[in-house]
Design a protein around this ligand. Sequence first.
Ligand code: ADP
Ligand code: MG
Length: 381
Amino acid sequence: DGDSYGVLPRPCRALVLLNPQSGTGRALEDFQAVVQPMLAEADIATTVFITERPHHAHEKVRDEDLSQWDTLVVMAGDGLLYEVVNGLMERPDWEETMKKPLCILPGGSGNALAASINHYAGNDHVTKKKLLTNCTFILCKGLHTQMDLVSLSTASGKRLFSFLGFGWGFISDVDIDSEKYRWLGNARFTLGTLQCLAKLRVYQGRLSYLPAVPEQGSPPAPRDPHAPVTNGQAGRILPPAGTEAPGALPADSLLVPLCQPVPAHWTVVPEEEFVSVYAIYQSHLGTNLLMAPAAQLHDGCIHLFYLKAGISRVALLKIFLAMARGTHLDLNCPHLRYVPVRAFRLEPRAATGIMTVDGEVLACEPVQGQIHSRLCRVLSG
Ligand code: ADP
Ligand code: MG
């Protein structure tokens, strides 16, 4: 796929969206001290937009003329990039605008995409200022490529686009409960994990998925190109692919409405009690959590992990410690399952447990999602 890579022009004009409250609150300081001098050397001119509140970046990229920028840079945590992606997808010209390369510079406490890109680029595992320097260097080099996004649809009719992961239960609890320790930086996740281990809970629901590789004994997938598809808005049927109105969002061709059972060629997990479900599409869940070592920017895969109820606290802690090196699957823990999928559905039995998308809270309700290959572009080294 020779045309999947591109390079930023020189001189280059970058719009930098910066959250001054991200992480330990030093994003602006670090940007001025570390990033700006490097970008000046590389002939990249910056305009800095400092966000004043949640949703500010979303509105900015949704509503404004972006033609004067060659790249949109996010200097914050994953949460701000999530706003940017969803703001861009709300534009009538999203298809054109999503060709504009995005860049993440780690300025938050959750910098999973930055850690993943650093990993894909073949760099050593680093954190903090070193990770920021590596990511700034990737921007200076200017090489960009395509990235998959996952389209999520909820029972209440929300349609969201996610670049990192969707979670429910333990892992999402840690993410959100630990936000009060944001001042600790990345260490907030270690403290949060220990606290959540103490009050370990079980969540009930049904998990189904479309395996990326057909599983043994599963019926063959149907091959009807004219099968009806939905856009995730409570069962609305869209015309077959290729006939959508201009500006319409990409159709979720693998999904049926949430009010219908999943297609027969999907797998339904027999167990209905979980400690956590996590669908990740990047290698890292956090700077020190290598959850899906096999993941790539555009592998067309959702890496689905679930932890079945009955796991002991010690076994759970071992899994989290092993995840620092990405060796958690080598433990062969019978409660931990991993399967690469193209789509999944999660139907919680009650509205209990925190759901997260790219580290941001989502109301707990039935949700399904599917991969959309190469929907955006990122600076990737
Ligand atoms: P972190 O990794 O520390 O969570 P993020 O960049 O992900 O940092 O930001 C967390 C949240 O802060 C996002 O949901 C974003 O909308 C919100 N936000 C953005 N700008 C501001 C601001 N000026 N004040 C408070 N919150 C903000
Ligand atoms: Mg965040």
